[in-house]
Structure formats: C-alpha cells, structure tokens
Ligand binder design. Structure first.
Ligand SMILES: Nc1ncnc2c1ncn2[C@@H]1O[C@H](COP(=O)(O)OP(=O)(O)OP(=O)(O)O)[C@@H](O)[C@H]1O
Length: 227
C-alpha cells in the first residue's frame, strides 16, 4: 500500500491484473492477454500498427468504444474494475500529446487534477507549486502552456497525472514526440516516479529503447494476425 502525492487519504495501489482479456472487432480476434503487473513495475506492450495496443489501454482505462467485443476482467489490488466507469478507475493516462488545457495556466492544469480531498486554495496551490518544482519548473505556475517546450509540457502532464492520486498508469507512446536526448530524460523521470509511487504501469511503445529503459517484461501482441 502506498500514499500518493496529491491526496490526503492513502490511495491503495496494488497489483494490476488483466485476467484472460480478449478483444475483438467485427468478428475478428484482435488480442488476447493475461498479465499481472506488480506495484512499481512497468509492463511494455509492443506490436505492429493496428495490433490493438491503444485498444488495450482503452479497455484498461474504461473508455473502450462499445463497437469492440470484450471478455475478461481488469482488477486492481484484487478489486474488479471491469464494470467501473472511467472516471472512477483512478487510472493515470499519458498520451503522445500532453493535452494540457490551453485555457488554464500551467499551475491551473495541475490544480485542476489534484484529488478533491485536498481542500483549500492555499493547500492546492502549494501542492501544485511543489509538483512543478519537483520537475524543474519552479516559478512556472502562471505560464501559458502554449509557451512551454515539448519536454516542459511532458513534465507538466506527468505531474498533473501524479497529483490526481492514480492507482495505475497507462502510457500510450508518451515519449514519441520528443527528440532523442529529451526522450531519454523524460522516460527516466516517468519510470522513476512510477516506481517511487508504487504504481503498476502499462507502457505502449514502438521503440525498443523505451522498453529497455522501462526494465520490465515486454509482451508482443498481434504478431500472428499480422504475419
Ligand atoms: N473506435 C473504433 N471503431 C472501430 N475500429 C477501431 C476503433 N478504434 C480502433 N479501431 C481499429 O482497431 C484496431 C486496433 O487499433 P489500435 O489503435 O488499438 O492499434 P495500435 O496497435 O495502437 O496501432 P498504432 O501502433 O498504429 O497506434 C485497428 O484496426 C483500428 O483501425
């Protein structure tokens, strides 16, 4: 059990389990996977374009299009999430695009995500400032997100996810817009924070260097269908 930043009450993290998950589309089997991801472990999913990597993350996050046929279950710390709506799964999700809200300041983006049990403007502001400081963005609270570099945006997106007190992380190619040096720096930051927070993490990537840096198991999906 771990206490995550951004929440006053301890958030229970534990193993993330994909139990006999199969996903199909229009009568065609897309993927089948069973895996248990330990707290702080990063499981990397690789596979050809169209093999269903993002679809698997959508299933795990609870936002899979109903057009897909699904069987199997997803559990966190033994609790079945399969029927739990996306907004109550406490999944922290990072996409290729950091998707910062353009109408909010950098700090506003973080404050917006802080768990609701942190009360009071002052306390929320202090948490947001600390989150920015932690990733080398002290003093950036009032900045317009559009004025940030790609790497700075990626760090704000990461902290925005972490202050929301997630129980697990879903990473959909979050480094692929970054150049090589920044990519290496950012993935080290993301993986070290995932480990420190004890979050089970699923990483989808095309880049074997990402998988290597993640340091965990790698599952290749969809190879049979594509061969
Ligand atoms: N909402 C949807 N409705 C119908 N088909 C979809 C939908 N979303 C995705 N698909 C199809 O499902 C399959 C898997 O798509 P998915 O995006 O999961 O692949 P991927 O492995 O993440 O690909 P890439 O590496 O290119 O991102 C593809 O054939 C895609 O066209």
């Amino acid at each position: 059990m771990q206490e995550n930043a951004g929440s006053k009450s301890p958030i229970k993290t534990g193993c993330l389990t994909l139990s006999e998950v199969t996903i199909g589309l229009g009568g065609r089997a897309l993927l089948a996977i069973s895996a248990t991801i330990a707290p702080g472990e990063v499981l990397t999913i690789m596979g050809p374009s169209g093999s269903g990597k993002s679809t698997l993350l959508a299933f795990a996050g609870g936002f899979l299009d109903p057009a897909f046929d699904v069987s199997g279950r997803i559990l966190i710390d033994g609790k079945d999430l399969t029927a739990v709506p996306a907004n109550r799964r406490h999944a922290g999700i990072l996409f290729q695009d950091p998707l910062l809200f353009p109408h909010l300041s950098v700090g506003g983006n973080i404050v917006f995500a802080i768990a609701p049990d942190v009360k009071g403007r002052g306390a929320r502001r202090r948490l947001a400032d600390a989150a920015l400081d932690e990733v080398g963005l002290a003093g950036f609270f009032d900045r317009d997100p559009d004025t940030l570099s790609g790497g700075q945006k990626a760090r704000v997106a990461l902290q925005r996810v972490l202050v929301s007190a997630p129980r697990f992380l879903l990473l959909d190619e979050p480094f692929s817009n970054l150049d090589a040096a920044l990519r290496q720096q950012t993935r080290e930051l993301v993986f070290s924070k995932a480990r420190a927070a004890g979050l089970p993490t699923i990483l989808v990537t095309h880049d074997s260097a990402d998988a290597e840096a993640a340091g965990g198991r790698v599952i290749e999906i969809g190879m049979e269908e594509q061969a």
